[in-house]
Design a protein around this ligand. Structure first.
Ligand SMILES: NC(=O)c1ccc[n+]([C@@H]2O[C@H](COP(=O)([O-])OP(=O)(O)OC[C@H]3O[C@@H](n4cnc5c(N)ncnc54)[C@H](O)[C@@H]3O)[C@@H](O)[C@H]2O)c1
Length: 267
């Protein structure tokens, strides 16, 4: 893969499990990584972990707050002068928005539904607008959104999350079209759709307190030809590839990284 050394990347949710691991792999590739996270302790933890490997910085930022995003954008442009890459990893399901086993769709609390849709839809749309504008002005850049398996066919218990991530798929295509048609063919917008990886926000529904798999895990693995969960490091290659020159003609793609889950009927 071509050299990413010296590129400037923003990773939203970089304090979390997937965003943190992606940040690590980018730092190791010589990328100057700026993580944005709403939780200061997550930023501090990540910077402590990665600072010996290369250039890593962080800002507290709420991806749902345009003013917060604009404030950080000004600081980034002033200090780094450009934005080569934006990885939108802030997001995830929220406990209140996950239906319990014994609940049905009519038990869904509208306030939780709205919160999970906001985070997983606008939480990527707004950074695309704020940092994408910098890319439109400089006429280059690569954006990677994080979609989900919950967009290919219905997955029980997570209606709001599924709707929001499905919106991200079409927004990725729409933004890819807009950037190439109106600004530059050097601005590309893609998404990855991770299969099942154990993260903080889904550990409780996949792993029992005693460490064994939940019934949901057993169903997931039954539908996954590779018969295992993903290792978080298995997202890093595709992110670096999508941001590299080798992916120069790839835009508007939503790429599953799922051990075959989305391509297998289960039969
Ligand atoms: N873990 C999985 O199996 C899996 C699968 C498919 C997709 N995803 C997606 O990958 C992304 C990362 O998931 P994860 O497992 O690393 O989650 P995580 O909870 O470990 O990390 C999410 C990070 O985002 C931050 N965040 C939350 N709200 C924010 C806000 N408003 N502004 C800024 N930062 C905010 C959190 O503080 C946290 O550090 C999410 O979009 C999730 O939906 C995860």
């Amino acid at each position: 893969m071509s050299n990413l050394n010296g590129k400037v990347a923003i990773v939203t949710g970089g304090g979390g499990v997937l965003g943190g691991n992606i940040s690590k792999s980018l730092v190791e590739a010589g990328v100057r990584v700026i993580i944005l996270d709403v939780r200061q302790e997550n930023i501090d933890k990540r910077i402590d972990e990665l600072k010996s490997l290369g250039e890593i910085s962080g800002f507290i930022c709420n991806v749902l707050d345009i003013d917060s995003l604009n404030g950080v954008k000004d600081k980034i442009v002033e200090k780094w002068g450009k934005i080569d890459m934006l990885i939108n990893a802030a997001g995830g399901n929220l406990p209140g928005a996950t239906l319990a086993e014994d609940q049905d769709v009519f038990d869904m609390k509208v306030s939780d539904l709205n919160r999970v849709i906001d985070l997983n839809m606008y939480g990527s749309v707004y950074p695309c607008l704020v940092f994408g504008k910098v890319m439109a002005d400089q006429k280059y850049g690569s954006i990677v959104n994080v979609s989900s398996m919950a967009t290919y066919s219905a997955i029980t218990r997570v209606p709001g999350y599924s709707m929001a991530k499905t919106a991200i798929n079409i927004f990725t295509q729409w933004m890819a079209m807009e950037m190439a048609l109106k600004f530059s063919d050097k601005i590309r917008v893609n998404a990855i759709a991770p299969g099942f990886f154990i993260g903080d926000q889904n550990r409780g529904v996949l792993i029992n307190p005693d460490g064994s798999y939940t019934n949901r895990s057993i169903k997931v693995l039954g539908r996954t030809p590779m018969k295992r969960f993903g290792d978080i490091s298995e997202l890093n290659g595709i992110v670096k590839f999508l941001c590299s020159d080798e992916a120069g003609f790839i835009t508007g793609a939503v790429i599953p990284v799922d051990g075959g889950f989305s391509s297998f009927s289960g039969v």
